[in-house]
Design a protein around this ligand. Structure first.
Ligand code: GTP
Ligand code: MG
Length: 196
């Protein structure tokens, strides 16, 4: 994908705050601190388009970015991090759920997971929920630079069976080495009408 432009559009909590749009849109979801914002920056070749942080819970709003004036990438707040106050956690569920249910241009959700962590019911339930709403899901394992090839292989097997999917469906990614960037764009493009 050739990135001619990548711009922040707006942050939103409620649907009235979403940008008015007839463009296709891809959302990025995953646990807090997993590397969602870093992954988007890597995809669009920008260091700081999306704010990243070593402190979990950095992204607390739904952030919309427009790419090449033709589609949106949407950074969703992370879920399930214990250090985030319960009051904040409670607002996230409904905020993200409403977005996923109501956003008409949404074409697919990229579900980002840390390759070092075997997913639990939380992820499995989220995938089931997305399937129920007929939202295509693209599973990505990130931070692969943190493991040796041997341990990557082992984790891919464990994660695929925990998610009940084929290992070939998992895309390995690193925001540090940019591994997996081209493969992920190929998968994303299938869901973005009008891009070749
Ligand atoms: P929240 O917005 O808080 O939910 O986090 P996030 O999922 O957007 O994560 P973010 O991109 O802010 O990254 C969290 C931390 O992980 C930062 O310190 C990043 O530098 C680091 N990180 C993200 N991706 C990678 C990666 O592929 N490899 C390595 N080594 N570190 C990464
Ligand atoms: Mg973030």
């Amino acid at each position: 994908m050739i990135i001619k432009s990548a711009d922040f559009v707006t942050s939103a909590v409620r649907p009235v705050q979403y940008p008015e749009s007839s463009l296709p849109e891809i959302a990025f979801a995953g646990r807090s601190n997993v590397g969602k914002s870093s992954l988007i920056n890597t995809l669009v070749n920008r260091k700081r388009l999306v704010k990243t942080s070593s402190t979990p819970g950095r992204t607390q709003l739904i952030n919309f970015f427009i790419i090449n004036q033709t589609f949106y990438l949407v950074d969703l707040p992370g879920y399930g991090y214990a250090r985030v106050p319960a009051s904040v956690q409670k607002k996230w569920g409904p905020m993200v759920e409403r977005y996923l249910k109501e956003r008409t241009g949404l074409q697919a959700v990229t579900l980002i997971m840390d390759i070092r962590r075997t997913p639990r019911a939380e992820e499995r339930n989220f995938i089931d929920w997305l399937q129920l709403y007929r939202i295509p899901t693209i599973p990505v394992l990130t931070k692969v630079d943190k493991l040796s090839k041997t341990r990557q292989n082992k984790q891919v097997g464990l994660i695929a069976s925990a998610l009940d999917i084929d290992r070939e469906q998992l895309t390995l990614f690193s925001a540090k080495s940019r591994q997996g960037k081209d493969r992920l764009w190929t998968l994303l493009k299938d869901h973005i009408p009008g891009t070749e």
